[in-house]
Write a protein that binds this ligand. Structure first.
Ligand code: SF4
Ligand code: SF4
Length: 271
């Protein structure tokens, strides 16, 4: 399959992130592609819920799902680790990155139209029903389908760059070769039963090893001291899987047992 379109999309997203007028430090974006006809999409009706849309519900000519993830810089995570409440740097990162994602999505859609490709995007955030907290489109599920990572104990997607960041997805009418999905767990708890840092970090007990109480989590996020300044919470996203710069070290794919043990802790203790 000709991948020139995929390469052009990656290049556009990378350029927009480099040129972005934001205070938030961002690392290099990750971009993944999935076939809009991947059989795994059928399972979302069971895994996420019967309300979840299929790509062809958004765009009847859908061929590919494009997903991009903008990883926060290490400084954002470090700041959040030093603050018990929602940290202003984290909050700004959340707001700024979502706005940047909207800008990139709009520009990408316009450029695709110029190339003769139809596209339908979804909002990066606040796209769920506040009463039952269900969303008709899950960006993180699309990121999984498009090979960007694996789900962790915290129910978020851990990418090869870590979990701290924001992702978005778009359905387009042109075919692009799919990204291969990782075949090993990125979550240390799911790998070997260790860690659980995300559970320990949750300030309201919404996250346990048995699952996520979405209503309790949302109640905490809604009741912030200042809903305009304090967006997101993210305390479950600042553990050892927050920022990954070297997956081999993070995942312990190194020779000596000593380095294997130290690997993940370096990421967490010396961010
Ligand atoms: S903090 Fe630890 S247990 Fe939680 S998702 Fe990350 S690696 Fe897994
Ligand atoms: S976002 Fe905050 S309240 Fe919700 S599960 Fe994570 S740490 Fe807990």
């Amino acid at each position: 399959m000709d991948n020139s379109l995929g390469n052009k999309i990656i290049e556009l997203i990378q350029q927009r992130v480099v040129a972005a007028a934001v205070k938030t430090p961002l690392r290099s974006p990750l971009v993944g592609f999935a076939s809009a006809h991947d059989p795994i999409l059928e399972t979302l009706k069971t895994e996420v819920g019967p309300h979840h849309l299929h790509p062809t519900d958004l765009l009847p000519e859908a061929q590919t799902i494009v997903v991009f993830f903008l990883p926060f810089g290490r400084e954002v995570v470090k700041a959040s680790r030093q603050w018990a409440y929602v940290e202003p740097v984290w909050s700004r990162a959340y707001v700024e990155t979502n706005r940047l994602i909207e800008t990139i999505s709009t520009e990408l859609k316009q450029q695709l139209a110029a190339w003769g490709v139809k596209a339908v995007e979804q909002k990066p955030t606040d796209n769920f029903n506040p009463s039952d907290l269900t969303a008709v489109w899950s960006h993180k599920s699309m990121a999984y389908v498009a090979g960007l990572g694996r789900f962790g104990l915290h129910k978020m997607l851990i990418t090869a760059a870590g979990v701290a960041g924001r992702c978005c997805s778009m359905v387009i009418s042109a075919p692009i070769a799919p990204t291969r999905r990782p075949d090993e767990e990125y979550c240390l708890y799911l790998r070997n039963g260790t860690c659980q840092q995300c559970v320990h970090n949750c300030p309201v007990g919404a996250l346990t090893v048995d699952g996520l109480d979405k209503q309790r989590c949302w109640a905490h996020q809604k009741n912030k001291r200042d809903p305009d300044l304090e967006r997101g919470c993210g305390k479950c996203a600042i553990g050892p899987c927050a920022v990954i710069t070297d997956p081999d070290i993070y995942l312990g794919r190194v020779d000596s047992r000593q380095a294997k043990i130290i690997g993940a802790r370096i990421e967490y203790e010396n961010p």
